[in-house]
Design a protein around this ligand. Structure first.
Ligand code: ZN
Length: 355
């Protein structure tokens, strides 16, 4: 009798384990090296998760879990990179690379998703990565489950939110008047393209969300540094966006750079996880990427003295006026609108996210 019960129990256990855990295998190496077979692969909602301690040696790197700082540290050819379970970015020096699927502890091991390997780890390596999923799983059930959860979450969100998520937005189109900013190809001026994008974003925010939008300038005139920041002084302002464009002597250099101020207290490599400016920057970055823009980095930079220290504030260098493609995008009404639309999506996501 006892033996029978034991058998039944172990059978139930096996069935349960099979339904919650799906294992697979991958091959991984630096391009041109012998691929390493990794069998301890966990599929969560159709995405393979690989233990970071398996992935790094296969790529000729190493790393360790720092239990004091609560971060994982990678020794890479480009220096020390860090990330943490549940985190939204990989940090390399002062640059933050947004992570799509958060790293998780699964079965007692810190695991990263396939796209973490292909995107974030690829950033820290000088050579391309070879990766092959040996058990690609199409998981319609899991995806459906995810969608159901998402809808349930959205419905819940709608019911509970009585206050508007965003009260007002401040936007500073950089430069103006005598201060042209950067002058790009064909004499395109930074002061003009940033104003055009700011106006389009303002219109979209007013029409779709009905929130007040304060611009530091709505025409081509000179402002003091103080006046540039003045628009963020209104009490109802919840986010502050500073728009710029840049130029380089290297004509190929292109793409978007997003900056936030450095976190003040950086003790023991603790990256200041609760930084709302960083969260805002990551939402903008992911919206821009989804819209097809090349976001080069989300980084910390000693930006500016601010009215309110805790106001989520992000400076965006929208592109290089010295690069033909960027210049054409920023100088055309359609390109400016696409950029403004992407910023709008990022703003909305940030406002609706739990903070
Ligand atoms: Zn500028």
């Amino acid at each position: 009798m006892q033996r029978k019960l034991f058998l039944v129990l172990s059978l139930v256990c096996t069935i349960l384990c099979c339904t919650v855990t799906v294992y697979g295998a991958i091959e991984l190496s630096r391009q041109g090296r012998t691929p390493q077979l990794i069998k301890d692969v966990y599929h969560k909602d159709g995405t393979p998760y690989i233990a970071i301690d398996d992935a790094l040696p296969a790529l000729g790197m190493s790393g360790y879990w720092d239990s004091v700082a609560h971060v994982y540290k990678i020794k890479s050819p480009r220096g020390r990179a860090t990330f943490f379970p549940g985190g939204q970015y990989l940090r390399l020096g002062e640059t933050f690379y947004p992570i799509k699927h958060k790293p998780l502890f699964i079965d007692g091991r810190l695991r990263v998703s396939e796209d973490f390997i292909l995107e974030q780890l690829a950033e820290v390596l000088p050579t391309p990565i070879y990766y092959r999923n040996l058990n690609p799983i199409s998981a319609p059930d899991a995806d459906q489950g995810m969608l159901d959860k998402l809808f349930a979450f959205l419905l819940q969100k709608k019911k509970s939110s009585t206050e508007p998520a965003l009260r007002a937005v401040a936007i500073d189109p950089g430069h103006g008047g005598d201060d042209m900013g950067t002058i790009g190809r064909n004499g395109i001026k930074e002061k003009d393209v940033v104003l055009a994008v700011a106006k389009k974003l303002k219109k979209k925010l007013k029409m779709q969300l009905g929130v007040p939008v304060y611009l530091s300038r709505d025409d081509d005139y000179t402002l003091s540094a103080e006046q540039h920041l003045g628009c963020a002084r209104h009490d109802d302002v919840d986010v502050f966006l500073l728009l710029h464009a840049q130029a380089s002597l290297v004509p190929d250099e292109h793409g978007v750079h997003i900056y936030v101020r450095p976190e003040k207290d950086e003790l023991n490599g603790n990256e200041g996880f609760g930084n709302s400016s960083m969260m805002f920057a990551l939402q903008l970055s992911s919206a821009l990427r989804s819209a097809g823009f090349n976001v080069v980095e989300v980084a910390q930079a000693p930006l500016l003295q601010l009215v309110r220290g805790n106001l989520p504030t992000v400076l965006i260098e929208m592109g290089y006026l010295s690069n033909l493609e960027d210049k054409n995008m920023l100088n055309s009404g359609i390109g400016q609108q696409r950029f403004a639309d992407a910023l709008f999506v990022g703003l909305q996501r940030f406002a609706n996210a739990d903070k």
